[in-house]
Design a protein. Structure first.
Length: 102
């Protein structure tokens, strides 16, 4: 899967998480995933709990619009971001600095 793909009600994104970072951050990663740096540790769901609001802020949606759909215990995760697919794709493209074949 590319870093993101359009779906009927938004986008699905692939994210590689680095827990215990000095601060939270979300940016382009490789062509296969975004990169998220989280201050939270990877224990008892703390990193997942920190990832959802970070993605929500980045994409300009409510936290309830972000759902973890795969990778609950993995560094590689897939999330669904619901909202206007065109606007969400534009945000993803902006993070990558241009076109992407997602």
């Amino acid at each position: 899967m590319p870093a993101w793909r359009r779906i009927a009600d938004g986008v699905e994104i692939a994210v590689r998480v680095t827990p215990r970072a000095s601060r939270d951050g979300f940016a382009a990663g490789t062509e296969d995933h975004f990169a998220a740096r989280l201050a939270a540790p990877p224990v008892e769901g703390a990193a997942n709990a920190a990832l959802v609001p970070l993605v929500a802020v980045t994409f300009g949606v409510a936290k309830r619009a972000v759902t973890l759909i795969a990778g609950e215990t993995s560094r590689l995760k897939r999330l669904r971001v619901t909202g206007d697919p065109t606007a969400l794709e534009e945000i993803a493209q902006h993070l990558y600095g241009g076109a992407h074949d997602g």
